[in-house]
Design a protein around this ligand. Structure first.
Ligand code: AMP
Length: 304
């Protein structure tokens, strides 16, 4: 496994890989897994999927300052390069790209990539500028690595929708592969930020996966709950946890994130739209967690 901190050296490595493949009459298939590090099983699942579908797997680890707001956790974001490299090696990664902030942004960037509409909702409403930071850094990574496929977790469902829209709009020749949410045994969606949680907050946060799972079961069992009722029930369940401070509970069509007919049943809206995202963002203490369930009609693959 090679580790790169310089953009030019990573590009050189990928170029020589592509040339060798062409000499053998093949086209090198490259899979990119962009992360902010402090890797866990969720990241590992993306790496494994990338490993099965590509000749070469590139993992990027970069805590991207421009996607953090002024009062967010940039400075305390957890980091452990040594452990990350061991996990990457274990998952058969070929190249790790872990640039410094100076390498990625030698001067403050004057160019930003911004996706409209999709980014003003859900997390975009409470984290202004966040998705511009994401799409800008992802564009840079796409240009640096030029992968055939890029792997993103459905845990960040809005991010998947935004990046897929960007790829379509800007004609990136890259397949966006959404991957399912990986959870702890107790249901909590894995996140690097879970280390911030106290034992009590962790216990409290289980309300997110429990209430989303319940809603999913209700819809699939044919209950005629309306969109409005479903949102209210979620708000009420999550709100009943004393440590929970709700940022949002949203139900929207996926991947367009357009509003639904509030008085229609969720199942009829699901038929009309094909996929519906139920997404929540809730603070426990100082830690903001997100979780979601994507309703697709049982067992159907996600298309973005
Ligand atoms: P992050 O390092 O948090 O920016 O995440 C990097 C990638 O891993 C993103 O595409 C995330 O959606 C994905 N990811 C994070 N947590 C999970 C999880 N629990 N299950 C699946 N994918 C995840």
């Amino acid at each position: 496994m090679k580790v790169f901190t310089a953009i030019s050296e990573l590009k050189e490595f990928l170029k020589s890989g592509r040339i060798s493949a062409v000499r053998e009459g093949k086209e090198l298939q490259i899979g990119l897994v962009p992360t902010m590090g402090y890797l866990h099983e969720g990241h590992a699942s993306l790496l494994r999927r990338a490993r099965t579908e590509n000749d070469l797997v590139v993992l990027s680890i970069f805590v991207n300052p421009i996607q953090f707001g002024p009062n967010e956790d940039l400075d305390r974001y957890p980091r452990d390069a040594e452990r990350d490299l061991a996990l990457a090696e274990h998952e058969g990664v070929d190249a790790v790209f872990m640039p410094s902030v100076e390498e990625m942004y030698p001067q403050p960037t004057k160019t930003k990539v911004a996706v409209a509409e999709l980014t003003s909702k859900l997390c975009g409403a409470t984290r202004p500028g966040h998705f511009d930071g994401v799409t800008t850094v992802v564009s840079k990574l796409f240009n640096i690595v030029a992968p055939n496929r890029a792997y993103f977790g459905q845990k960040d469902a809005q991010q998947v929708a935004v990046v897929a829209q960007m790829v379509k709009d800007l004609n990136f020749d890259i397949e966006i592969v959404p991957c399912p949410i990986v959870r702890e045994n107790d249901g909590l969606a894995l996140s690097s930020r879970n280390v911030y949680l106290s034992v009590g907050e962790h216990e409290s946060a289980l309300i997110l996966s429990r209430s989303l799972k319940q809603l999913e079961a209700d819809v699939y069992s044919g209950q005629a709950t309306t969109v409005m009722e479903a949102r209210q029930q979620l708000m009420q369940k999550i709100g009943s946890e004393p440590l929970a401070e709700i940022d949002y509970v949203e139900i929207a069509a996926f991947p367009g994130l357009t509003a639904l007919q509030e008085t229609n049943s969720l199942s009829s809206e699901l038929k009309a739209h094909g996929a519906i995202l139920v997404a929540v963002a809730v603070k426990f203490g100082t830690t903001r967690l997100i979780d979601n369930v994507l309703l697709t009609g049982k067992g159907e693959a996600i298309h973005v």
